[in-house]
Design a protein around this ligand. Structure first.
Ligand SMILES: Nc1ncnc2c1ncn2[C@@H]1O[C@H](COP(=O)(O)OP(=O)(O)O)[C@@H](O)[C@H]1O
Ligand SMILES: [Mg+2]
Length: 313
């Protein structure tokens, strides 16, 4: 089979629109370098008509944020019978909701920080102070607060003192309707990308993230030079093996397909803690999956091409 017409879907309406556009350009460029004819498209009001009037052989979705990662766009692609790369909608929904994903991977045997998920309404209705006191009492300090759904560390912050939790929650609610309050884990932050070749998920080399001041926030992520990446991550062989196995376990337990990236922290004892998994990992020049692909001496264009081809058969 040959790919005659591929659509790379990027952009969309989310806080991560700009990042998605950059990811989309990178994937399009990589595929074109392999001679694949690519149309780069935004997920806008003209998308449905264009997919119906001129159906592509397959779609490569690189949409971050809600529609891209919660399964909705993929539901549409299923409705249109257009093959696409990546996890199916039902699996996306589970992965996108961090508390749900944590529950699934914990059942599959992984460690993930203890946490409490709190919707905005409950927080307001039940009296913020009392609830926050109980959370600090239960989980201890420091804590990490982030939206239950979201990405790019938007609305996320560390809380060192009980008095700071309230402000962290309010900051979080600016980006989502529910907050996930987790025990803060210190250690080496890594990302493990998983790709499927010949139907078997395999982990690429772990990439270590050394963020300025230890904070891998939005700026640290997308401004070149802000963050240092070490590939492969500086881990003992045993810890590296555990991290790779954890990412493959998460990919399998969540029923993902083709590619995913799992964010983990390896603590001082070498124990691996699951933070979250991404079904539409960043693909920009500074993103983690492309780094892991290079570290594995693979070519991004060839990989994307193979993933698309696998959807045609
Ligand atoms: N429990 C935690 N302990 C310490 N740091 C955390 C914790 N959870 C998240 N972080 C930090 O916040 C960043 C964003 O969290 P993550 O769960 O990956 O969400 P997203 O990338 O979707 O915003 C991580 O890359 C990590 O630096
Ligand atoms: Mg993350």
């Amino acid at each position: 089979m040959e790919l005659g017409h591929v659509v790379v879907l990027a952009g969309g309406l989310s806080y991560e629109r700009e990042v998605s556009l950059r990811s989309g350009r990178r994937v399009a460029e990589a595929l074109r370098s392999r001679g694949v004819p690519v149309e780069l498209r935004d997920a806008d009001a003209t998308l449905l008509d264009s997919l119906t009037d001129d159906p592509p052989d397959a779609v490569f979705p690189v949409l971050h944020g809600a529609a891209g990662e919660d399964g909705s766009i993929r539901d549409i692609l299923e409705l249109l019978d257009v093959p696409y790369v990546g996890a199916r909608p039902d699996a996306c929904r589970v992965a996108w909701d961090k508390p749900t994903a944590k529950a699934v991977v914990r059942r599959a045997g992984l460690h993930t920080p203890d946490s409490v998920a709190l919707p905005k309404e409950v927080f307001h209705d039940l009296g913020a102070t009392a609830v926050l006191d109980r959370i600090v009492h239960r989980l201890g300090l420091p804590l990490f607060v982030k939206p239950t759904r979201g990405g790019s560390a938007l609305g996320a912050s560390v809380v060192h003192e009980a008095s700071g939790l309230s402000a962290a929650m309010v900051g979080c609610f600016g980006y989502g309707d529910a907050a996930l309050v987790e025990r803060h884990v210190s250690g080496t932050e890594i990302a493990v990308s998983v790709i499927e070749r010949d139907g078997a998920p395999e982990a690429l080399p772990p990439v270590e993230i050394v963020a300025p001041n230890g904070r891998y926030d939005y700026t640290a992520r997308y401004d070149a030079g802000e963050t240092e990446f070490v590939t492969p991550a500086r881990l003992t062989p045993e810890a590296a093996e555990r991290a790779s196995a954890a990412a493959v376990t998460a990919h399998r337990a969540l029923g993902l397909r083709d590619l995913s990236r799992t964010d983990l922290i390896v603590d001082e004892h070498g124990d691996v803690h699951f933070l979250e998994v991404n079904v539409a990992p960043g693909m920009t020049e500074t993103s983690l999956l492309p780094r892991a692909v290079s570290a594995a001496a693979l070519d991004l264009g060839t990989l994307c091409q193979d993933l698309l081809l696998a959807r045609l058969s």
